[in-house]
Design a protein around this ligand. Structure first.
Ligand SMILES: C[S@@+](CC[C@H](N)C(=O)[O-])C[C@H]1O[C@@H](n2cnc3c(N)ncnc32)[C@H](O)[C@@H]1O
Length: 263
């Protein structure tokens, strides 16, 4: 074997090893050389209803549920994420979602929340795409997805017995006035456009809307969504965010009664 052949083989081996290490790090939800900045916790640390016993998850975490099946819906939650969101609705009277898409989370929330509760969900309608406000530095792929996912006009809750619990709002989230909701929501789910400037804007509103003791959750904390990843890695420098292990959900519990007022 010539030196050239040995050199090519060595380079190929180095590339393959690096690719394998990167893949393994992604599966473990960490970087190649260091951990992602947000502290990872098991879901039972977020809420005692998730505490398993020797048989696994208990009936405290029982919900009405629709699985993902074999179809991959763009922007949709995983089965574990959908279950976690549904359980958190069981004692939540007012839930707010940035980004409706198929309406699956809105439906699961409405089905599982106590009677008399409300789900408010905001999305961009197909005829409002020209109101989308991109800024320089925003990820173009995230914007393309945001536009593509804004084509839905029939939602999973449409025509169901819980439809009257769902308040569907339409409009660009940067123009959304959160004032009527300040300090009142049990759970706020930030899952609209994943472009950095939108994640920052939606997050600031969500932090104002959550009630003391309530939860803000974000979807798609992963290097696949750089806008979400960057925004939350910056936010965790000022707020104690937690990353729910095995999911792309990040959570913040508003334990500081003053936080909701001061943001
Ligand atoms: C990832 S999907 C949401 C998935 C949904 N939360 C769920 O759990 O099934 C993103 C949603 O954000 C909406 N969206 C994108 N850009 C938006 C914007 N600028 N203002 C409001 N909604 C936006 C899209 O229309 C889409 O419905």
């Amino acid at each position: 074997m010539t030196w050239l052949a040995i050199l090519i083989l060595a380079v190929l081996l180095a590339i393959a090893t690096r690719e394998w290490l990167v893949l393994r790090a992604r599966q473990r939800q960490r970087g190649l050389l260091r951990r992602w900045p947000i502290r990872k916790i098991p879901v039972e640390e977020l809420d005692p209803r998730f505490h398993p016993d020797e048989l696994g998850a208990t009936r405290a975490a029982e919900v009405t549920y629709v699985g993902r099946g074999t179809i991959r819906v763009p922007g949709g939650t995983s089965d574990t994420e959908a279950w976690i969101l549904a359980v958190l609705a069981k004692d939540a009277r007012r839930l707010f979602e940035f980004g409706t898409c198929t309406g699956k989370t809105a439906y699961l929330w409405a089905r599982n929340q106590p009677a008399g509760g409300t789900v408010i969900t905001l999305t961009l309608a197909p005829h409002q795409l020209d109101t989308y406000q991109s800024v320089s530095g925003d990820d173009r792929t995230a914007e393309a997805y945001a536009r593509q996912e804004s084509q839905v006009t029939r939602f999973l809750y449409t025509g169901t017995e819980v439809e009257d619990r769902v308040v569907q709002l339409y409009g660009d989230s940067k123009r959304f006035d959160e004032t009527p909701y300040v300090g009142s929501c049990d759970v706020v789910f930030v899952d609209g456009s994943h472009a950095y400037s939108y994640v920052v804007s939606d997050t600031e509103k969500a932090l104002r809307m959550v009630r003391p003791g309530g939860l803000v959750l974000w979807h798609d904390y992963s290097t696949d969504c750089p806008g979400v990843f960057r925004a939350l890695n910056r936010l965790t420098r000022r707020l104690p965010l937690v990353h729910i292990r095995g999911t792309t959900l990040v959570a913040y519990r508003n334990n500081n009664a003053a936080t909701a007022r001061n943001q």
